[in-house]
Design a protein around this ligand. Structure first.
Ligand SMILES: Cc1cc2nc3c(=O)[nH]c(=O)nc-3n(C[C@H](O)[C@H](O)[C@H](O)COP(=O)(O)OP(=O)(O)OC[C@H]3O[C@@H](n4cnc5c(N)ncnc54)[C@H](O)[C@@H]3O)c2cc1C
Length: 304
C-alpha cells in the first residue's frame, strides 16, 4: 500500500528530524548516482528503533526496502513508492578476542581496518568493497579468494513483525552472491559477528594496499557504477564473454560498457536507469546470440 500521511506523521514522531527524510532522492545514496525519490528514507540508530519502524510498517502494510551502501543497486528513474530503511547509523563495532561484531551499517572498509589494527586477519579482501556489513553478508560479497561465508559466525536480524532473532553460520544459506537475506527480503540484518584469526597488523595493511592497487588497475573506479553487473555464469567469466563480443565502449545514453573492465557498466555523467536497463539487454542478447550463455544480473533493482 502507498504510505499514508498518518504513517509518515508517526515515523516523523519516532525519529530525530535528521533521520526522517521525506521525498529523499536516492541517486546520491547509490554508487551508480542514479535513481529518483522514495516516499521517505528513515535512518534508525539502534535495534529498538528498527523494531518500532518495522511494526509501524507491518501494521499499515507499507512496502519497504533495506539499503546499506547502495553499491549494488540500480534504482528506477521514477524512484520507489515505499520507505527506504538506510542502515548507516547501525555502526557499533566491538572486538572481543578474535571475534569482531559489527553493526549492519558499518562500511566494510572500516571493519577491515579495525580488524587489521587489532592484529586480526580474515577481512583484508573486503577492504576495497564499497558496501556495508549488511549488504556484504546479504550478497555474500567476495573478492580475491575471500568471501563473507568464510568468516561469518552469527548474525542478528529483525523479522518483518519486528522480532529480533539470531542466525548461526550455517543458517545464512550462503551461496555464490546469495544468502538467507536475499531469500527473505523483508528481514533486516542488524549486526554480524566475524571469527578472525590472530595475525600481524602490518601484513594485513600490506595485503589491503596490494589488493587496492589491483582494483585500481583493473576497475573503472573513476566513474560511478555498481561494480560487476553480471554474475559469473557457470564455467565462464562474464567480463570475458562481453569482451569477446566486442562490446567494450558500447553505450546507451549516458550508460557505457567500461573500456577498462567489460563487466562494469559505468555512468559517464547523466545516465538514467532506463539507459542502463537498455544496455544490459543489449549485452545479454549479444552474449546469448554469440555463445548461447544466459547472463543474470548481480546488481539488485529497486522501483521497477
Ligand atoms: C566499484 C565497486 C566494486 C565492487 N567490488 C565488489 C567485489 O569485489 N565483490 C563483491 O562481492 N561486490 C563488489 N561490489 C558490489 C557491492 O559493493 C557489494 O555487493 C556489497 O556487498 C553491497 O553492499 P551495500 O551495503 O552497498 O548493499 P546495497 O547495495 O545497499 O544493497 C544490496 C542488497 O543488500 C540488501 N541489504 C543491504 N543491507 C541489508 C541489511 N542490513 N539487511 C538485509 N539486507 C540488506 C539490500 O536490500 C539489497 O538487496 C562492488 C561495487 C562497486 C561499486
Amino acid at each position: 500500500m502507498h504510505p499514508s500521511q498518518e504513517l509518515l506523521q508517526k515515523l516523523s514522531e519516532l525519529l530525530p528530524s535528521d533521520a526522517f527524510l521525506p521525498d529523499e532522492v536516492l541517486a546520491p545514496h547509490t554508487t551508480f548516482r542514479i535513481g529518483g525519490p522514495c516516499v521517505a528514507m528513515v535512518l534508525p540508530h539502534d535495534v529498538e528503533t528498527v523494531v518500532k519502524v518495522l511494526k509501524l510498517l507491518r501494521e499499515t502494510e507499507t512496502p519497504y526496502f533495506v539499503m546499506g551502501g547502495g553499491s549494488n543497486l540500480l534504482v528506477a528513474d521514477r524512484g520507489y513508492d515505499g520507505i527506504v530503511i538506510k542502515t548507516s547509523r547501525l555502526n557499533q563495532l566491538i572486538i572481543d578476542g578474535t571475534k569482531l561484531t559489527a553493526g549492519a551499517g558499518n562500511p566494510l572498509g572500516r571493519v577491515a581496518v579495525a580488524a587489521a589494527r587489532a592484529s586480526l586477519s580474515g577481512l583484508e579482501y573486503a577492504h576495497g568493497i564499497p558496501g556495508t556489513v549488511g549488504g556484504g553478508v546479504c550478497m555474500n560479497a567476495g573478492a580475491y579468494g575471500g568471501e563473507m561465508s568464510q568468516v561469518v559466525v552469527e548474525s542478528r536480524y529483525a523479522t518483518a513483525d519486528g522480532e529480533v532473532r539470531t542466525l548461526s553460520a550455517g543458517e545464512h544459506n550462503f551461496a555464490y552472491r546469495d544468502s538467507f537475506f536475499l531469500q527473505n527480503r523483508d528481514c533486516i540484518l542488524l549486526d554480524t559477528t566475524f571469527a578472525l584469526a590472530p595475525g600481524d597488523s602490518e601484513s594485513s595493511f600490506e595485503r589491503m594496499r596490494e589488493l587496492w592497487e589491483r582494483r585500481k588497475s583493473t576497475q573503472p573506479l573513476e566513474y560511478p557504477s555498481a561494480g560487476s553487473m553480471f554474475k559469473r555464469p557457470p564455467g565462464y567469466y562474464a567480463g570475458k564473454l562481453i569482451d569477446d563480443c566486442g562490446l567494450r565502449g558500447l553505450a546507451v545514453g549516458g550508460a557505457m560498457v567500461s573500456t577498462k573492465h567489460a563487466n562494469f557498466i559505468i555512468n559517464t555523467g547523466n545516465a538514467t536507469a532506463d539507459d542502463v536497463i537498455r544496455l544490459i539487454e543489449k549485452v545479454r542478447e549479444a552474449v546469448l546470440a554469440r555463445f548461447g550463455v544466459e547472463m543474470h544480473c548481480e546488481v539488485r533493482r529497486l522501483g521497477f
